[in-house]
Design a protein around this ligand. Structure first.
Ligand code: ADP
Ligand code: NI
Length: 218
């Protein structure tokens, strides 16, 4: 199979697998991350097949909905790529990226040496947690968990460990300070940094309007 046939087959598989997924991690999230990945990859010396497959497979199974099993995603990605007969180096590189992608896993500080391919896909995924889309995803997540939008009495917690982050159940506005506003400085690529700057500025503007409306100043 050509690379573009492999990508097409992967798209079809992911769409089917995520048909019932919730709004934050559905096919459209994958499609946005895939597009951002290709955009970022244009200016990076990366293997386009690796970043394409990793972007498409990175959320194939969310541990949150599988009893916290963090190996289920990498395992599913691996067995799908096996069924396509993907060559060994590409296969193992993609599985490694899927395993190491999430924000939680970078809180541990045990990242080790990261490939540029991993960094490209991670930047693309992080961009989708920022800006207008990121705000929508955060409130969607908070709503799903039945959390308040905001509570002036509950302070955000910074510098959380992976365990704290997973347990965190504060109001959704706190998530901006616990994660979303930190992402800009974690970008690896030039394109990622440029896009993140715009999305970051938009979130700050959004927060200002939120507080103004909350307190009756607007
Ligand atoms: P990651 O895999 O990077 O840890 P998640 O799967 O936790 O990311 O997050 C998926 C989406 O839900 C993101 O847009 C993220 O910002 C949002 N989200 C995660 N945790 C919270 C939270 N406590 N409050 C609001 N949104 C959240
Ligand atoms: Ni994702």
């Amino acid at each position: 199979m050509t690379d573009s046939e492999l990508v097409e087959k992967t798209i079809a598989f992911v769409r089917e697998e995520l048909a019932q997924a919730e709004g934050g991690h559905d096919w459209f999230h994958i499609e946005r991350v895939f597009k951002n990945t290709l955009l970022i990859a244009k200016d990076e010396p990366v293997d386009v097949l690796v970043v394409s497959l990793a972007a498409l497979l990175h959320d194939i199974a969310d541990p949150k909905f599988h009893g916290g099993d963090e190996e289920i995603g990498p395992r599913k990605a691996a067995s799908f790529m096996k069924s396509l007969g993907i060559r060994a180096e590409v296969h193992s590189h993609v599985v490694d990226i899927v395993r190491r992608m999430s924000f939680k896993n970078t809180l541990e500080g045990n990242a080790g040496k990261e490939s540029r391919e991993l960094q490209v896909v991670r930047d693309a995924d992080r961009l989708d947690a920022m800006g207008a889309i990121g705000i929508a995803r955060a409130f969607n997540f908070g709503g799903h968990k039945g959390r308040p939008l905001y509570d002036p009495e509950v302070a955000p917690r910074v510098g959380m460990t992976k365990a704290d982050y997973k347990k965190s159940n504060g109001p959704t506005l706190n998530h901006f300070y616990e994660k979303l506003l930190l992402l800009k400085d974690l970008m690896h690529t030039e394109t990622g940094k440029r896009l993140a700057a715009g999305r970051h500025a938009f979130m700050l503007e959004y927060l200002e309007a939120f507080y103004a409306e909350w307190s009756g100043r607007a």
